[in-house]
Design a protein around this ligand. Structure first.
Ligand SMILES: [Zn+2]
Length: 451
């Protein structure tokens, strides 16, 4: 082991020994019973909003829903009544990355509990109450997951694909040192990697199948992905796959893939693709912001003046985005037109998938690069889905009930009796103006107010 490697490991271990007290849930935010009164309710099921509703929360769950005449207010319950407010389920993302970057810094220095919990709190403040961390995490996240899920520390709830399965000399091009990504070279190693991850506690298995366009990386051997997906199913888990090209998506679907965590971006989806998606009962995550993030902040630096973006940014990123030289370099990038045409193709495919009855859910790949800003990206994704031709209610449906279904989380994604009280209260009506999801009045996680 080199001296440098030893120093990184030591720094990493010290970081993981950090006390959790700074993230302990505050007792004052807990309220056993609360009542949302006179709200416009978008319940996540995809149906039209209902006006003047009363929603009762008890012990972290939805206890009752009805008109103000039909549901009484228990003695001692906290009453929340905000005029012209809309209550929605907390947003759910099927594709984020935790602890890959801290501002512009990556590697072991970013994969720390302080940074990961900071990101989970950022998601939470932006109304994203459940996120799926799609790979490049070490097993050190499991104790943290247990603390978050028990309510001992505050942050968005999260599920994990742990390290994930990649390819030697191939995807993913991002990693850290020491590497949590396993890169099998044959079927036996692929099965072992899946068994190891699930025995440690992985909720899902992630695979990368891509050459990352200009980077010409070797793609995963069919023997490896077929074995990995088959073993994932034998372990009772879902296989989440990174794809870019239509033909790759079809290959992975033929092998049994369950969730495509990116949209198809090279060409229109076709009938065979739709048939395979339906055969597998698979899910499609458009992740439109992935392409737009390359140029958005350089092209629209005025966004920096909006607190909604500014408050989500690490200070180093804020400074980078505000630098004219950086903006000019981004816009002079030879790939600029390619990024834009991919975004257009990706938006057409998202709309087409919905129209053809493919299961569409929600994710952004936020946190995978500094430009993919956690919290902001999720609201921007909703806007891009509407721009693609989905109605605001369809877009919100993907980010609530549909996203929960893709993750097999039956206790959230809708506001219905017995469901977790993961709630987002905004002023205005996102069913008519999707930008109203940004007017956040409050966020509740399992009934506890976090904003
Ligand atoms: Zn990703």
């Amino acid at each position: 082991m080199t001296l440098q490697r030893r120093q990184i490991l030591t720094a990493s271990m010290l970081a993981w020994a950090t006390p959790w007290s700074a993230f302990a849930a505050s007792a004052t935010s807990r309220q056993d019973e609360l009542v949302f009164d006179g709200v416009r309710l978008i319940d996540g099921s995809g149906g039209a909003p209902q006006n003047d509703m009363r929603v009762l929360v008890a012990n972290g769950r939805i206890a009752a829903i009805g008109s103000m005449q039909n549901v009484g207010i228990p003695h001692g319950a906290q009453r929340i009544a905000v005029p012209q407010a809309t209550l929605l389920p907390g947003l759910i993302s099927n594709h984020v990355h935790l602890g890959l970057y801290d501002g512009l810094v990556s590697g072991a220095a970013a994969h720390t509990p302080v940074n990961i919990l900071g990101q989970l709190r950022l998601y939470q403040r932006y109304g994203v109450t459940t996120v799926a961390a799609m790979g490049v995490n070490t097993p050190q996240v499991y104790p943290m997951q247990a603390l978050v899920q028990s309510g001992a520390v505050t942050g968005a709830d999260f599920v994990v694909a742990e390290g994930g399965i990649g390819t030697p000399d191939g995807a993913p091009p991002i990693d850290m040192d020491p590497s949590p990504v396993v890169r099998p070279i044959n079927a036996q190693q692929a099965r072992q990697a899946v068994q190891d991850a699930t025995s440690r506690g992985a909720n899902y298995i992630k695979l990368w199948f891509d050459d990352f366009q200009g980077q010409q990386l070797t793609k995963m051997d069919p023997e490896v992905y077929r074995a990995a997906i088959d073993e994932t199913h034998r372990q009772g888990k879902r296989a989440f796959v990174h794809i870019y090209y239509l033909e790759d998506a079809k290959q992975l679907l033929r092998a049994g893939a369950d969730v495509l965590v990116h949209g198809v971006r090279d060409q229109p989806i076709d009938g065979e693709f739709v048939t395979l998606m339906k055969r597998n009962n698979a899910w499609y995550v458009p992740a439109l912001t992935v392409e737009e993030a390359f140029f958005l902040f350089a092209e629209q630096p005025e966004l920096l003046e909006q607190p909604f973006l500014r408050n989500a940014l690490h200070a180093d990123l804020r400074q980078q985005f505000a630098t004219p030289q950086w903006q000019q370099a981004q816009l002079a990038n030879p790939a600029l037109q390619e990024w834009k045409s991919r975004l257009t193709q990706s938006q057409r495919n998202a709309k087409s998938a919905v129209e053809q009855g493919v299961n569409v859910s929600f994710g952004t790949d936020s946190g995978a690069m500094p430009l993919r800003v956690p919290g902001f990206a999720e609201h921007r994704e909703l806007e891009l889905l509407v721009q693609a031709g989905l109605t605001p209610l369809q877009a919100l449906h993907t980010a609530t009930a549909r996203a929960a279904q893709a993750l097999e989380l039956a206790d959230r994604g809708t506001i219905a009796q017995g469901q977790r009280a993961d709630l987002l209260l905004v002023s205005g009506n996102p069913a008519t103006n999707i930008l109203d999801t940004r007017n956040i009045v409050g966020v509740w996680q399992a009934g506890s107010r976090v904003v």
